[in-house]
Design a binder for this molecule. Sequence first.
Ligand code: ADP
Length: 338
Amino acid sequence: MSKQLFWLGFEKYFNYLGVGFLSLISGLFFLEVLYLLSGESSSFISYWLYQGSLSHAAAVLSGFLLAGVIGGVWVNSKNTLEFLSQETKSLQEMIQAKVDFISFVSHEIRSPATGILFSLQALLEEKPANLSSQQLSLLTKAYDASQDLNSLVSEFLDTSKIESKKLELVIKPVVLETLVKHIRNICSEYTPLLEDKKISLDVDETLDPTKVINADAQRLFQVVRNLLQNATNYTSAGGKIKITLVTSPTQFQFSIADSGIGIPKEEQDKIFEKFYRAVNAKITQSSGTGLGLYLCKKLVEGHRGKIWFVSEPDNGTTFFFAIPLRVGLEVEELFRRI
Ligand code: ADP
């Protein structure tokens, strides 16, 4: 609770009492004036005090007090609501400023970062014979770092697009046979890294390859890459990763199981939050933005799909995502903003 909200809590009770007493006094004053105007010679208050029924007086007075308290509660809830909506507005403005800043910086970095990546790639493809093995290894490291920088910039840009509801999916019918072929290609991109870490990777499929999903295939591959990258990052040498592709009568399901560090139980409900990284992950892998899973969730949900996981700390994690199969010749929605 903020300090201001705390004081508002106190103020509330003083306000209730204050408004209650005010209505009590003004009510009495009002009755007194009415009484005198009606031609009575003695005061209304003295009539009550000396001749009237005390219980009657108490009932009227408590009525005023109650009305005052209700009025106080009403005025105060209005104030509290106004205060909260102001707080929410300034918080939203702060988040928007942060997103705008990230978006601006990422846009500025994108061109030079892509330039560096393409130049290093061109250099490496030439396989320069006059470079020593040490120089070649430095060049490869620079290329890898530049790839990381580019994916970081893409993650920031995608996040800022999602935050401002400007990320557009280009939805087309995708036959599962093609999709699976691409997923296998993505797996082979990871072979050097997996061999380096001595992690085995199996792909198992039990599906009807003729089935179709409505999807932005590139965005689904981004999800697959991210899940595969995470499984590789959070599994130690000698571990195992298994990808399973299945269809049910209504959906296509992708799952990736690893034998890695797992996700602590108490942190599992936060794992899809923006910038969230579990404590054990920060120890195992110091670099990481905590944006990958946030993007995966948004992208899968943008496909009317679902993403979830099961994880046992120190015993591995399995991530799943499921996308509905196309039913008949469902009408196409070509662009979808998420
Ligand atoms: P990053 O990997 O850059 O930290 P992600 O958004 O991809 O960001 O993942 C968020 C967090 O989820 C990770 O930091 C890690 O704590 C946890 N996580 C994701 N995948 C795995 C996995 N396969 N095994 C264990 N923890 C994982």
